[in-house]
Design a protein around this ligand. Structure first.
Ligand SMILES: NC(=O)c1ccc[n+]([C@@H]2O[C@H](COP(=O)([O-])OP(=O)(O)OC[C@H]3O[C@@H](n4cnc5c(N)ncnc54)[C@H](O)[C@@H]3O)[C@@H](O)[C@H]2O)c1
Length: 319
């Protein structure tokens, strides 16, 4: 072992959330190992950063990474998203569930400290109680949500039975200047990007369809602050977060206000509209606020302003 301080491992480290979590941790002086699939590597690599390419379904590779880098903590963000999971059920299970089990087991065997897992409000099925309580039953009607529930249960098993410091946040829709291809909930981000690029946009949901939402930068702060919190403050295995309720109509109006001439229409795809409508509008995040000081800083107006700022700065890579 070298004298260097221990690093943290971020799976899905080149993804939308992973690279920003990495930036924040690097800025705090941590060493970061980013793991993601080949072809996603960043153009520039920070001096305290190591980029490893491979498939998280490769158990031998995971063993090598943990043996070589001995991460103090793991931020497990690699995943197929909602649309891609539904399109390929076996790959979704292997990537999201089996590989997560392997990583949890290796984390336990090699003495990793904290294990952060990104879950989702899509882990709930249709919700008929608003605000939705944290302990609302999780019976998802989508493969993505089903794999996330499976990992939540495995993580809590490793925590209770083997003492792994498993931590988990369930994110609702994340609105950002980046528009992940594989997520059915990405339409607000895609709409802003289309408006910025002078393209027309078809919302795949009805004007009135909405969902609980967070802005990207609040999500990144939540991951870093929650994982840094003292374990003794955390009364729950998993926390829900909420900032505001957002409908497709609100996104359209805001994008048109900021990018005059934005051409849009609402052309609901029944399966997408049903799925988004079934997820919670308002989530009770009292436990997160009380235990570790969760507090979103962006309302929708502030989110839209920041998205436009980032798009204009070219930060979304939309040349
Ligand atoms: N953005 C959201 O709206 C949202 C909401 C709820 C939960 N989450 C969760 O947050 C995490 C990060 O999401 P994101 O928005 O950054 O998505 P993303 O698609 O940008 O990131 C996921 C990363 O996982 C990587 N990945 C996929 N398959 C892999 C494999 N076989 N091996 C190695 N890496 C693989 C992808 O290349 C990608 O970089 C995911 O676990 C996601 O489920 C995101």
């Amino acid at each position: 072992m070298s004298d260097k301080p221990q690093s943290v491992l971020i799976t899905g480290g080149n993804g939308n959330l992973g690279r920003l979590v990495a930036e924040k941790l690097l800025a705090r002086g941590q060493r970061v190992v980013k793991f993601d699939i080949p072809g996603t590597e960043p153009a520039t690599v920070h001096a305290n950063e190591t980029v490893v390419s491979g498939d998280i379904r490769d158990l031998d590779l995971l063993q090598q990474i943990l043996a070589q880098h001995r991460p103090a903590n793991i931020y497990h963000l690699a995943s197929l998203l909602s649309g891609s999971s539904e399109a390929d059920l076996p790959t979704a299970w292997e990537t999201n569930a089996t590989a997560s089990f392997n990583l949890l087991n290796l984390a336990h065997e090699t003495g990793v400290g904290k294990f952060f897992f990104a879950s989702t409000a899509a882990s709930y099925g249709p919700v008929d109680l608003e605000p939705m309580p944290l302990d609302y039953p999780q019976w998802p009607e989508n493969m993505y949500g089903a794999t996330k529930v499976a990992v939540e249960r495995m993580g809590v098993y490793f925590k209770q039975k083997h003492g792994l410091d498993f931590r988990c946040l369930r994110f609702p829709l994340v609105v950002s200047p980046f528009a992940p291809e594989g997520a059915v909930s990405a339409f607000p981000s895609q709409a802003f990007k289309a408006a910025f690029n002078g393209q027309s946009f078809r919302f795949p949901v009805a004007e009135s369809t909405g969902i609980s939402t967070l802005f990207l930068e609040d999500v990144i702060d939540s991951i870093v602050n929650y994982t840094a919190a003292e374990a003794t403050r955390l009364s729950r295995h998993v926390y829900n977060l909420h900032a505001y309720y957002l409908t497709a109509g609100m996104v359209a109006l805001e994008a048109a206000k900021r990018f005059p001439g934005f051409d849009y229409s609402f052309e609901p795809i029944a399966a997408v509209d049903h799925l988004i409508s079934s997820w919670p509008d308002v989530v009770d995040d009292t436990d997160a606020r009380r235990d570790w000081g969760w507090q979103p800083t962006f309302d929708f107006d502030q989110s839209a302003a920041r998205i436009c700022e980032l798009l204009r700065a070219g930060a979304a890579g939309n040349e």
